[in-house]
Design a protein around this ligand. Structure first.
Ligand code: ADP
Ligand code: NI
Length: 218
């Protein structure tokens, strides 16, 4: 099987797992991450198969989304081997998908990603900011019954991994201060950083406008 065919199979596998998600990781999120990762990879020269495979598979075994992530990781591993990837490639892809998330970077000793991993992480984070990021946060907050905003609930700064994962009383607007506004400063690659800076300005403008309207200042 050549690389193009392998990538098509990985696309199909990811689609079969993600198409029913309704928490903001629908397949359109996956496709944007794949396209953005491809764009960054062209600038930063990473391994194409590893980058695309990790992009397609990055949310499939997410412990927020599935009950038994280890079982899915095993399934991914068997699937990748069945289409001809070797042990080392499979290991790198799973290391990336396992360690990509924002909460992992909150630990004292955050995992060191390979270049392909840094690129997929940037692409995933770019999809969480800007106009798309605003829409996904509102959508996610709706699914999980968060309130939109409450000026009496202050955003929690510098949370540990466990605190971030077990937040109660979350508001959609606080999520911007607790995560989304931090992402632009956490980009790994210069290509992503440039795109993130634009999206950051848009989010800050949105939050200013939101608060002004909330407080009837205009
Ligand atoms: P991903 O794994 O794709 O990086 P997440 O699973 O963390 O993203 O979240 C999916 C989307 O929902 C992202 O856009 C994220 O910012 C948003 N989101 C995550 N947690 C919350 C929350 N508590 N409130 C509002 N939006 C959230
Ligand atoms: Ni994602």
């Amino acid at each position: 099987m050549d690389t193009t065919e392998q990538i098509q199979k990985i696309h199909d596998f990811s689609y079969s797992k993600m198409e029913t998600d309704r928490t903001g990781h629908n397949f359109d999120h996956i496709e944007r991450v794949v396209k953005m990762a491809t764009r960054i990879a062209n600038e930063e020269k990473s391994d194409k198969l590893i980058t695309l495979a990790a992009a397609y598979l990055h949310d499939v075994a997410d412990d927020k989304l599935v009950d038994d992530p280890a079982k899915l990781e095993l399934e991914i591993s068997n699937f990748l081997k069945s289409i001809g990837l070797n042990e080392k490639q499979v290991e790198e892809i799973l290391f990336i998908t396992h360690n990509l998330s924002f909460s992992k970077t909150l630990s004292d000793n955050p995992p060191k990603l390979t270049l392909a991993g840094k690129i997929v992480q940037d692409a995933d984070r770019l999809d969480a900011i800007g106009a798309l990021g605003i829409t996904r946060a509102v959508y996610y907050g709706g699914v999980y019954e968060e309130v939109i905003y409450d000026p009496d609930i202050k955003p929690r700064e510098n949370m540990t991994k466990n605190e971030y994962r077990n937040l109660d009383n979350e508001t959609i607007i606080n999520h911007f201060y607790e995560k989304l506004l931090k992402l632009a400063g956490m980009m790994n690659t210069p290509t992503a950083k440039k795109i993130a800076d634009e999206r950051q300005k848009f989010m800050i403008g949105f939050l200013d406008e939101f608060k002004a309207e909330w407080n009837l200042e205009k």
